[in-house]
Write a protein that binds this ligand. Structure first.
Ligand SMILES: C[S@@+](CC[C@H](N)C(=O)[O-])C[C@H]1O[C@@H](n2cnc3c(N)ncnc32)[C@H](O)[C@@H]1O
Length: 226
C-alpha cells in the first residue's frame, strides 16, 4: 500500500546511513571546537527571529549539539524542536538547550506519511545537515520541509559549495559521506521544491592544510511559495 510519503519517491530508494550517526556520536562535544565558525548560522537565525512572531514553532533539522542555533532561537522565546540522527548529539542538545524538545530521528522519517509526525512548524532551519544525504534524497527532503511549513513559512538552509554526491571524506577521526552542489545548481534545486530565496550570504574559510581548497558555505533564507 502506498503512503503519502511514497509519493515523494522514497519507496524506491534504499536509505543508507552506515557510519553517519556513528561519526557524530564519536565526535560528541568536540564538534563545536572543530567547527568554530558559526557566523552564518547566527545571521540566518537572526533573520528567523526578526521575521517570526513571538512563540513561533521552529524545527532545527540536524541540530547537532544545539549550539548555536537551537540555543539562539530558544533564548529569543521561540519554541524549538530539534531532530538529529546521532544519539550523542541529541543528548548534548538537551543539556545545552533545556527549553528545547529534541528527538533522535532521521530527517527522512519526517516525510509526509513517514514514521515521525512532529506536527507543523512556522520555520525550519537545516544548517549543514542536508549535505549528509545522497543527492537523490535532497529534493525529497526539501519537499518534506515544504510539507512541514505553511505557505509563506520560513526555511533557512546552509550547504557547503561542492559538486559531489555521497562522497566519502575524513571527518575528525571518522569517515562521513557528503553531497553538495555548486551555487547555481543549489538555488535551482531549492526553487524547484517551491521555495522563494529571499536572502543569501556566503562565507569562505581557509582550510588548515594548504593542499585543500577553501570551504565556501552558502546560506539561503527562503519562504515556502504556495
Ligand atoms: C555537520 S552537522 C551540523 C550541525 C548543526 N546544524 C550546525 O550547524 O553546526 C550535521 C548534523 O546532521 C546530523 N545528521 C546527519 N544525517 C542525518 C539524518 N539523516 N537525519 C537527521 N540528522 C542527521 C548529524 O548527526 C549532525 O549532527
Amino acid at each position: 500500500m502506498s503512503t503519502p510519503g511514497d509519493k515523494l519517491g522514497y519507496e524506491s530508494m534504499p536509505l543508507d546511513r552506515t557510519g553517519q550517526a556513528e561519526a557524530f556520536d564519536a565526535i560528541g562535544d568536540r564538534y563545536d571546537e572543530a567547527f568554530p565558525h558559526k557566523e552564518g548560522q547566527v545571521t540566518s537565525a537572526e533573520w528567523l527571529i526578526r521575521s517570526l512572531p513571538a512563540g513561533a514553532r521552529v524545527l532545527d533539522l540536524g541540530c547537532g549539539t544545539g549550539i548555536p542555533t537551537a540555543l539562539q532561537l530558544a533564548k529569543a522565546g521561540l519554541q524549538v524542536v530539534g531532530v538529529d540522527l546521532s544519539e550523542t548529539m541529541v543528548a548534548l542538545a538537551r543539556d545545552n538547550v533545556p527549553t528545547g524538545v529534541f528527538h533522535q530521528a532521521d530527517i527522512a522519517d519526517l516525510r509526509p506519511g513517514g514514521p515521525r509526525d512532529l506536527g507543523r512548524f512556522d520555520a525550519v532551519a537545516a544548517f549543514f545537515s542536508l549535505l549528509m544525504l545522497p543527492r537523490a534524497e535532497i529534493p525529497l527532503t526539501l519537499r518534506t520541509v515544504h510539507h512541514l511549513l505553511p505557505p509563506g513559512g520560513l526555511f533557512a538552509l546552509s550547504m557547503v559549495e561542492a559538486d559531489v554526491d555521497d562522497f566519502s571524506i575524513p571527518f575528525i577521526g571518522s569517515t562521513i559521506r557528503v553531497s553538495g552542489y555548486l551555487g547555481d545548481e543549489l538555488r535551482e534545486v531549492v526553487e524547484a521544491a517551491d521555495f522563494e530565496i529571499v536572502e543569501e550570504s556566503s562565507y569562505t574559510y581557509a582550510p588548515s592544510s594548504a593542499d585543500v581548497p577553501p570551504e565556501v558555505q552558502i546560506f539561503l533564507r527562503c519562504r515556502r511559495r504556495t
